[in-house]
Write a protein that binds this ligand. Sequence first.
Ligand SMILES: NC(=O)c1ccc[n+]([C@@H]2O[C@H](COP(=O)([O-])OP(=O)(O)OC[C@H]3O[C@@H](n4cnc5c(N)ncnc54)[C@H](O)[C@@H]3O)[C@@H](O)[C@H]2O)c1
Length: 116
Amino acid sequence: MDLKTIAVIGAGTMGRGIAYAAAVAGYRTILADVAADILEKAMGAIRQSLDEGIARGKVTLEQKGQALNLLSVSRSVEEAAAPADLIIEAAPEDMPLKAGDFPDALARGLKARHCR
Ligand SMILES: NC(=O)c1ccc[n+]([C@@H]2O[C@H](COP(=O)([O-])OP(=O)(O)OC[C@H]3O[C@@H](n4cnc5c(N)ncnc54)[C@H](O)[C@@H]3O)[C@@H](O)[C@H]2O)c1
């Protein structure tokens, strides 16, 4: 499969780190969370990690620009899932969420992608 776009669901501790790694690796990355303030904090943390990477010589300025261009955020799991080739879920351990809400939203996202 030609993997181009990754959706990361949940922008907390795990999700923001995964989104950072995916974008630096060159994938179009959509970071989704229900909370706008968490998405804002996550983008701030990712920018900080990129700057720290540059200071340590692990990330180039060009990679930082490329990663930020590849990253976008969404408040909707369904919207994030629709264009994704790979979906990584990093949400809280909440059974109704993981067993019901997410599969339903992902199914709607996939349907939107294939029924356009
Ligand atoms: N933090 C760790 O060290 C660690 C290690 C291994 C595994 N995990 C697992 O990873 C998962 C995420 O952990 P975390 O520490 O990043 O949690 P976290 O609480 O830091 O982040 C979870 C995020 O999910 C968001 N969220 C809640 N409901 C949502 C919904 N319906 N749609 C989209 N986003 C939603 C929350 O707003 C929050 O920002 C959990 O299953 C946890 O068990 C965490």
